[in-house]
Design a protein around this ligand. Structure first.
Ligand SMILES: *[C@@H]1O[C@H](CO)[C@@H](O)[C@H](O)[C@H]1NC(C)=O
Ligand SMILES: *[C@@H]1O[C@H](CO)[C@@H](O)[C@H](O)[C@H]1NC(C)=O
Ligand SMILES: *[C@@H]1O[C@H](CO)[C@@H](O)[C@H](O)[C@H]1NC(C)=O
Ligand SMILES: *[C@@H]1O[C@H](CO)[C@@H](O)[C@H](O)[C@H]1NC(C)=O
Ligand SMILES: *[C@@H]1O[C@H](CO)[C@@H](O)[C@H](O)[C@H]1NC(C)=O
Ligand SMILES: *[C@@H]1O[C@H](CO)[C@@H](O)[C@H](O)[C@H]1NC(C)=O
Ligand SMILES: *[C@@H]1O[C@H](CO)[C@@H](O)[C@H](O)[C@H]1NC(C)=O
Ligand SMILES: *[C@@H]1O[C@H](CO)[C@@H](O)[C@H](O)[C@H]1NC(C)=O
Ligand SMILES: *[C@@H]1O[C@H](CO)[C@@H](O)[C@H](O)[C@H]1NC(C)=O
Ligand SMILES: *[C@@H]1O[C@H](CO)[C@@H](O)[C@H](O)[C@H]1NC(C)=O
Ligand SMILES: *[C@@H]1O[C@H](CO)[C@@H](O)[C@H](O)[C@H]1NC(C)=O
Ligand SMILES: CC(=O)N[C@H]1CO[C@H](CO)[C@@H](O)[C@@H]1O
Length: 333
């Protein structure tokens, strides 16, 4: 008969027994170059589940410093510092390297800051942007955010309030947070519902603030790492008589390691892709982190393009990055 594993709960007080604490550190080096070598890909050994003492991650996010996993100080490991600037972090070696494919590539394309209150097209031949919608019957959008284009050419987008809370705009919110459909051929903007089988919703309670129309309240927000910042899955059910849909089975699948989830999308194979801080994470449908793309700017959104839908354009505050990999987007119907 096999002896069952014995799990010890090592409390803070027990950690004075240094030998016991250090004994758990058996996954050295913590990170190592991996993959085909065509891009800087780092494999994170065993999810870095045991960091050698003493380690420290500063929780601060301010104008000059943004807490990130890769900035964790791990004084007794000589490899971990490489995490900071790697293009790709692989957590699940088999599925992660499959997502990256044979020739992953991540390139910073250009710096850009705007489109925060409008939707514009960008012509990759001329580098020209053309605004196609910038208001809802005279009201400014708060922060046109996540966006997808369906096969009919309709653009579906969310309009939350981050721009105000992040002090990116000087117009306080004028509309409720909502999801819209914009039809470029007619100019019509309509508030919509979703119609997918599983709905993923990101919660960004960690970024919060207040406003009023008197322009006297605090502009900008504080970041609170202990508040909600997870991805939740719901099952979408059809009402029996076809009269509508309802959600059940809300369950958290993922807590982002940096900032809050943003730009949530589902890949063709069902993997859930979400921006978080300065990067984009790929998790499986139960929330296991497989791969992270790292950028040097905070990512807000991204879109799959190209004939094969494997060309990912990532945008955020301070940049646009292009990633060519082996994870394809969903063709929306
Ligand atoms: C921002 O946070 C970093 C890290 O904690 C700190 O060193 C720096 O002084 C802070 N800067 C400001 C302007 O508060
Ligand atoms: C390295 O480990 C030793 C022994 O556990 C510990 O005393 C020391 O503080 C650690 N050094 C750093 C820089 O964390
Ligand atoms: C990562 O890149 C930044 C910006 O170029 C640089 O300041 C920093 O030293 C780099 N970190 C490491 C560990 O190389
Ligand atoms: C690319 O992904 C597919 C699954 O979508 C997989 O079958 C294939 O092996 C992957 N390619 C590489 C080079 O890993
Ligand atoms: C983007 O915005 C940031 C913050 O407002 C500013 O520091 C930076 O210069 C801007 N960059 C460009 C290219 O406009
Ligand atoms: C981009 O600009 C070029 C040159 O003006 C034009 O020929 C092309 O049709 C434009 N692309 C789109 C998708 O509008
Ligand atoms: C468009 O931008 C790219 C990337 O910055 C640059 O390489 C290219 O020359 C630009 N094209 C034009 C027509 O300005
Ligand atoms: C607007 O702000 C002023 C100054 O703080 C305050 O006296 C007034 O009550 C506020 N008005 C509203 C409608 O909140
Ligand atoms: C951070 O969020 C937690 C959980 O919602 C809350 O209990 C705490 O008061 C918040 N801290 C601050 C400084 O707002
Ligand atoms: C359809 O079902 C809903 C809730 O299940 C109910 O409220 C509604 O009255 C039903 N409509 C018809 C036409 O049966
Ligand atoms: C990010 O990297 C690109 C390319 O190396 C560089 O042009 C850009 O200035 C960097 N941005 C920041 C905020 O470091
Ligand atoms: C494209 C666009 O609307 N950019 C705006 C984003 O917000 C800043 C701050 O309000 C404006 O200065 C930009 O023009």
């Amino acid at each position: 008969m096999l002896a069952p594993n014995i799990y010890l709960l090592v409390t803070g007080a027990l950690c004075v027994m240094e030998a016991l604490c250090q004994a758990g550190y058996s996954h050295s080096p913590l990170v190592k170059a991996c993959g085909t070598g065509v891009a800087d890909v780092l494999c994170v050994n065993n999810y870095a589940a045991v960091l050698p003492y003493h380690f420290y991650r500063d929780p601060i996010i301010n104008a000059t410093y943004e807490s990130a996993f890769g900035l964790t100080i791990v004084g007794n490991d000589t490899s971990f510092h490489k995490v900071e600037n790697a293009s790709f972090l692989v957590f699940d070696k088999k599925r992660g390297l499959e997502i990256l494919g044979d020739a992953p590539n991540s390139r910073y394309m250009f710096n850009e800051n705007g489109s925060n209150l409008s939707i514009a097209t960008f012509n990759t031949t001329t580098n020209k942007t053309t605004t196609i919608v910038n208001n809802y019957y005279g009201f400014y959008f708060n922060c046109v955010n996540d966006l997808v284009v369906d096969s009919k050419g309709d653009i579906w987008f969310t309009d939350p309030m981050y721009s105000w809370f992040n002090a990116l705009v000087d117009t306080p919110p004028q509309l409720p947070t909502a999801t819209y459909r914009f039809r470029p051929s007619t100019g019509a903007v309509t508030v919509v519902d979703d119609s997918m089988k599983t709905l993923y919703i990101a919660e960004s309670g960690a970024v919060s603030g207040t406003w009023d129309y008197n322009l006297t309240t605090i502009h900008g927000s504080r970041f609170n790492h202990t508040a909600k910042r997870g991805v939740y899955a719901f099952t979408i059910n059809d009402a029996p008589n076809g009269s509508g849909r309802y959600l059940t089975n809300r369950h958290p699948i993922y807590l982002t390691q940096d900032r809050t989830p943003d730009g949530l999308k589902v890949a063709a194979n069902g993997y859930v892709v979400t921006a978080s801080g300065k990067g984009v994470n790929v998790v499986d449908p139960v929330g296991t982190l497989l791969v992270r793309i790292q950028t040097n700017f905070s990512v807000q959104n991204y879109v799959w393009t190209g004939r094969e839908y494997d060309d990912l354009w990532i945008m955020g505050r301070g940049g646009v990055q292009r990633v060519q990999w082996n994870l394809t987007g969903q063709v929306l119907k």
